[in-house]
Design a protein around this ligand. Sequence first.
Ligand code: E4P
Ligand code: PEP
Length: 359
Amino acid sequence: MKKTYDLNVLKRTSIITPDQLREEFPMTEKATRTVLDSRQEIKAILDGKDQRLLIITGPCSIISHRQAVRYGELLAELQEKVKPTIKLVMRVYFEKPRTNVGFKGLISDPHIDKQTFDIDEGLRKARKILMDLNEMGVACGTEILSQTAAERLSGLIAWACIGARTTESQNHREWASAFSMPVGFKNGTDGNLGTAINALLAASTPQVFIGNDPFGVTSRVFSSGNKYCHIVLRGGKRPNYDPVSISEACEMLANHPSLLQSVIVDCSHKNSGKDYRKQGEVFNHVLIQRIGHTNGIHIKPNKAICGMMLESNIEAGKQAFVYGETRKEDLNPFISITDACIGWDETEEIILTAHRQLK
Ligand SMILES: O=C[C@H](O)[C@H](O)COP(=O)(O)O
Ligand SMILES: C=C(OP(=O)(O)O)C(=O)O
């Protein structure tokens, strides 16, 4: 009989199970405390019980341990300075959703060579980076693109994001309903907010779906629903960080009183027109809306704005990189190879200025 399945599968290899990976990199007391305390703080901010601003900042993609730990050190130092007004979460993004094709992140291809795709090594690198950051007291945020990464790393994540390309995916909504951390859903790539609101409704509801147990065995998973799902505005056909767009989002949320009435604004992506140099301007615009005044002019503060996101790296911009051609050894680990980012100096200035204004 002719084979009817796997006609386009070239090869399959097994990967490390969640249990094996956790055994190789077991939780420590300090890391557990960082994760649990940070989640509590983020939840309190989303609930409006903690008036501080949440800022999720960090590289578009993590490309090396050195880069992640250096950024983490800088962030930890800054967190101490702005503690009374701002909670910082580092973007520790290992999975990149592509518009069509390209480097899909360190888990998919840790050697960045478009050849080896050593996913076991990628998962090990990711878990080690997350362990080290949590040990340093740095709260980690990441985009969850695959169930595989979620099952192996979620215990080290304080805040998760479902990206614009997957907010409409039923699977991602199901996983979010089971996650232990607060989850932000981006609006759709075209700017559609309804997609994100539907995602919040689905993810806050108990679900039954197919997942894996810690030993990698396919299982039914029964979730309780996640009450800490919220919206992240990232722009679409046009930016959506202006007062009218944010009010529109708040009105849509108000139609569903069971949902968190809080909004995070991503200052990058389509809100900056993908021009990293505009992120600071977007940030200031949103900060004024949140605080309610600028240079003596008073406007009504919008307390629903509880957080902002920045794509920031140690050095600004983006380096020349052709996937499959540029060798990893030739890359500068401190400059982005995916979206261009603001550099550390500008990041620090933006956050310190916000701290002074929030005080
Ligand atoms: O933040 C990252 C990118 O915007 C996202 O992964 C899409 O990238 P691409 O359009 O270059 O594929
Ligand atoms: C891919 C990202 O964002 P978006 O889903 O908004 O495109 C990201 O934040 O890295």
